[in-house]
Ligand binder design. Structure first.
Ligand SMILES: [Zn+2]
Length: 293
């Protein structure tokens, strides 16, 4: 574990470090939100996100800022939680005493292996392994990330909070994750940064930094439509994803594939026609065959 050479001992109080850590996490979230807006082609919010990113960057000490940008340019994540004693990005085991040091947050610490900033995460929702995805041979496309049990052809909720709770609740009741309440809370925090609702009635609420397992997707269809943020169009196809830290970059590719598929009216209609979870599942697999490999 190396201390950040940027930490000035005269200002190395826990409060200040914790503030920087929070700021780095928020900055990373904003950058992901911007990348998401870019792939889902919702240009309107880009400039305000860009402004927030620049403001946050400027508030950081220059060395921290430089290291953050360098890590981000290298491959996405620049600050990651320690999960079960390991760096959640590269898997390097962190000695217990140093886990405590990261928790104490008296300095900014880096992973000794991948050099990413580390932070301590109290409770994170977990992806459970007891519920396996269908074990038919040679899983391809979306079948690697979802399952007929995670399809809700008729969402009951009329508000964003309600439909997100329905989707995360389904993931929990089917044994894919624990703590649906925490997932919902985290997804709403993400919506508060910038809405994941995009054109054509699509929305991609999600939670990153989930512990363990792979990326998981649940799909809900709202017949009446639900308002995400200040979007003018209501969202009708709601793709809820939980994303482990290691899958963060892959998530953007998946998002891009989904956006591409459902920009087509024909594909959206195929999902609206589905009345049962099985039918919705079949329609989803069929419509994404060309875009998600
Ligand atoms: Zn690492």
């Amino acid at each position: 574990m190396t201390e950040s050479d940027s930490t000035d001992s005269s200002t190395g109080t826990r409060g200040k470090m914790q503030r920087w850590i929070n700021q780095l996490i928020q900055l990373q979230d904003l950058i992901f939100a911007r990348d998401q807006q870019q792939v889902s082609a919702a240009g309107a919010r880009l400039s305000s996100l860009e402004t927030s990113i620049q403001t946050l960057e400027k508030e950081l000490p220059i060395e921290v800022q430089t290291h953050f940008v360098r890590l981000h340019n290298k491959g996405g994540l620049a600050i990651v939680p320690i999960a079960n004693g390991v760096c959640s990005a590269c898997g390097m085991a962190i000695p217990v005493s140093q886990v405590h040091a990261v928790h104490a947050a008296d300095k900014l610490y880096h992973c000794p292996s991948c050099a990413r900033f580390l932070f301590y995460q109290g409770t994170a929702p977990r992806r459970l392994s007891k519920q396996r995805l269908r074990s038919e041979p040679a899983q391809v496309g979306l079948a690697r990330f979802s399952s007929p049990q995670l399809m809700i052809p008729h969402l009951a909720g009329a508000e964003m909070e309600e439909v997100i709770a329905e989707l995360s609740g389904r993931m929990e009741s089917e044994g894919f994750v624990d703590n649906a309440a925490l997932l919902t809370e985290e997804a709403l925090k993400r919506e508060a940064i910038t809405s994941t609702g995009v054109d054509q009635g699509l929305a991609f609420p999600h939670v990153r930094g989930v512990e363990g397992g792979g990326l998981t997707l649940a799909l809900g269809v709202s017949r009446k439509g639900v308002r995400f943020g200040d979007n003018k169009t209501l969202s009708r196809l709601i793709f809820f994803m939980v994303i482990p830290t290691a899958a963060s970059a892959f998530y953007l590719r998946l998002l891009s594939g989904l956006t591409k598929s459902f920009r087509e009216e024909e594909s959206r209609d195929a999902l609206f026609k589905a009345e049962t979870p099985e039918d919705l599942w079949k329609a989803l697999i069929k419509t994404t065959r060309a875009t998600i490999s």
